[in-house]
Design a protein. Sequence first.
Length: 207
Amino acid sequence: MDAFRALRAELPAGVTLVAVSKTKPVEDIQALYDLGQRDFGENYVQELLEKQPLLPGDIRWHFIGHLQSNKVKYIAPFVYLIHGVDSLSLLKEIHKQGAKHDRVIDCLLQVHIAAEETKFGFDRDELAPALDHAFANARLRGLMGMASNSLDRMLVREEFLGLAELYRQYRRPDWDTLSMGMSADYGIAVECGSTMVRIGSLLFGSR
Ligand SMILES: *Cc1c(COP(=O)(O)O)cnc(C)c1O
């Protein structure tokens, strides 16, 4: 896995690599695990539930997709970090399921930063009211966002800088995670202050 080694060498020490393994077989995940990778990201609850029991127990599973409230209960026993929290009702449900399993589940609020309409997340002006609420078993650790799927690097940079600014503005003492950057744009994201990149196709090949 030359791409993995190159990426590990390239990412600064403070940036966590989440290997996004959606649609990829467990063998591919195990291969990266054997090279030392522990953080893996999945987008679909059903797929995650099929893979998780077949792989080592010390993998940190990140849920990075759009999560429906009625599916939280399936991943609550083991999920490490839920990136895409885009509503208060979802956060409340994560809290409820966390309490049921006697866990504190770490979460990131997803912020809508892209010019496209299709991406989920809180709008900038919805963020402050959302942060007024605290849930003991769903602990916020920071923010997550996806830039426009665009070759316009200036636009992508502006979007990431905007998210980094919101992160600084709203940062709480226990926040340590700004999840931004994918295969096509992680370099820009890291320059803009990302602490966690979510990389799939660059590591595992195209889907
Ligand atoms: C699929 C996905 C990624 C990884 O995308 P690549 O372009 O394959 O690196 C990152 N974040 C989210 C939210 C995704 O859905």
